[in-house]
Ligand binder design. Structure first.
Ligand code: CP
Length: 306
C-alpha cells in the first residue's frame, strides 16, 4: 500500500512507493490492450481535473485513466469556469469539496499550488505540474518507459538537457531516477541552470556533450518561454544550434540509448525531426506509459489498495 494520501512530488516519495507505482502501472498496460478498456476498480469514485494551465497529454491521460478504471471524471478548465469571474483557488477547492470528489488533479502556474490545495480539501490531491516545482507523474511515466526497455533503472546514466531552471519535469526526474539508482547529469545554458543544482542529487556537466557521452537515457526538455521574465538566451536559433540535440550529439550516447522528451516538442529547436522520429526515440511510448502510470496513481490513492 502506498504510504501517502497525496502525490505532490517525488522528492519525498520512498523508493519502495515508486517501485509499487511502476509495477502496478506495468500490470495496468494489459487493460489498455483490451477491446473493452474498462475495469470496475474505481466505480463510484469521482475525479476532477483542475487545470489552470494548458495541457494535452497530462489532462487527457488522467481522464482516460479514470475512465478505464470506471471512475467519473470531470474536466475543469480555468478559462471556462468561475475563475474567469475572479474566484480564488481556495474557493474553487471548497466548492469541489462540497461536491464530494475523491481526487483532485491540479495543474497550476504557481509552485506549491497542489500542496496548498491539500489544506482545503479532504480529497486526494495529485500534482499535474505546479510552476517550476514538480511534475511527478511525468517522471513516473519516464521511469516506466525506461524500465520497460532497459529492465532496470539502477546503474543507468541519465542526461537531462535544456531549460533546467524552469523545468518541473527535470526536478521530478532528478528525484525519481536518483532514488532508483541512476546517475543523473544535467546540462544546458548557464542562464537556465538551477542554482545549487547538485543539492538535488544531479551532477552538473560543463557541456551538452559531456552529459550525453555514454548516456543510457537522454531526456531533452522543452524551452519554457512562458516562464521566462526576460530573455535568457539570445535567439531561438542560437539555442537550437548550441543546446538542441541532433544526430551527431545523440551519437555520443551509448548506441542503445533511449531518447525522451516530455512534450510538447518544439521540432527543430530542442530536437531535430530526424531524431524525434528516429529509432532511439521513445516519445510515443512515453505517452502510452502516461495512461498506465496515471491509472496506477489513481488506484493507489483512491482505490482498493487504500
Ligand atoms: N508533458 C506534459 O506535461 O505535457 P502536457 O503539457 O501536454 O500535459
Amino acid at each position: 500500500m502506498l504510504s501517502q494520501k497525496h502525490l505532490l512530488g517525488l522528492e519525498n516519495v520512498k523508493k519502495s512507493d515508486i517501485e509499487l507505482l511502476l509495477d502496478t502501472a506495468e500490470s495496468f498496460k494489459e487493460i489498455m490492450d483490451r477491446d473493452v478498456k474498462k475495469v470496475p476498480t474505481l466505480r463510484g469514485k469521482s475525479i476532477v481535473n483542475l487545470f489552470y494551465e494548458p495541457s494535452t497529454r497530462t489532462r487527457t491521460s488522467f481522464e482516460l485513466a479514470g475512465k478505464y478504471l470506471s471512475a467519473d471524471t470531470i474536466n475543469f478548465t480555468s478559462s471556462a469556469s468561475s475563475v474567469r469571474k475572479g474566484e480564488s483557488l481556495k474557493d474553487t477547492a471548497k466548492t469541489l469539496e462540497m461536491m464530494g470528489v475523491d481526487a483532485v488533479i491540479i495543474r497550476h502556474s504557481s509552485s506549491g499550488a497542489a500542496s496548498y490545495l491539500t489544506r482545503h480539501v479532504s480529497a486526494s490531491v495529485i500534482n499535474a505540474g505546479d510552476g517550476t516545482h514538480e511534475h511527478p507523474t511525468q517522471a513516473l511515466l519516464d521511469m516506466l518507459t525506461v524500465r520497460e526497455r532497459k529492465g532496470t533503472l539502477s546503474g543507468l546514466k541519465v542526461a537531462i538537457i535544456g531549460d533546467i531552471l524552469h523545468s518541473r519535469v527535470a526536478r521530478s526526474n532528478i528525484f525519481g531516477f536518483t532514488k532508483m539508482g541512476s546517475e543523473v547529469y544535467v546540462a544546458g545554458p548557464s542562464t537556465l541552470m538551477l542554482p545549487d543544482i547538485e543539492q538535488t542529487g544531479a551532477k552538473l556537466a560543463e557541456t551538452i556533450e559531456e552529459a550525453v557521452k555514454d548516456a543510457d537515457v537522454v531526456i531533452a526538455l522543452r524551452i519554457q518561454l512562458e516562464r521566462q521574465q526576460k530573455a535568457l538566451f539570445p535567439t531561438i536559433r542560437e539555442y537550437a544550434r548550441l543546446f538542441g540535440l541532433n544526430r551527431d550529439k545523440l551519437a555520443l550516447a551509448r548506441p542503445d540509448a533511449l531518447l525522451l522528451h516530455p512534450g510538447p516538442v518544439n521540432r527543430g529547436i530542442e530536437l531535430t525531426s530526424e531524431i524525434i522520429d528516429g529509432p532511439q526515440s521513445v516519445i510515443n511510448q512515453q505517452v502510452r506509459s502516461g495512461v498506465a502510470v496515471r491509472m496506477s496513481v489513481l488506484y493507489h490513492l483512491i482505490g482498493g489498495s487504500r
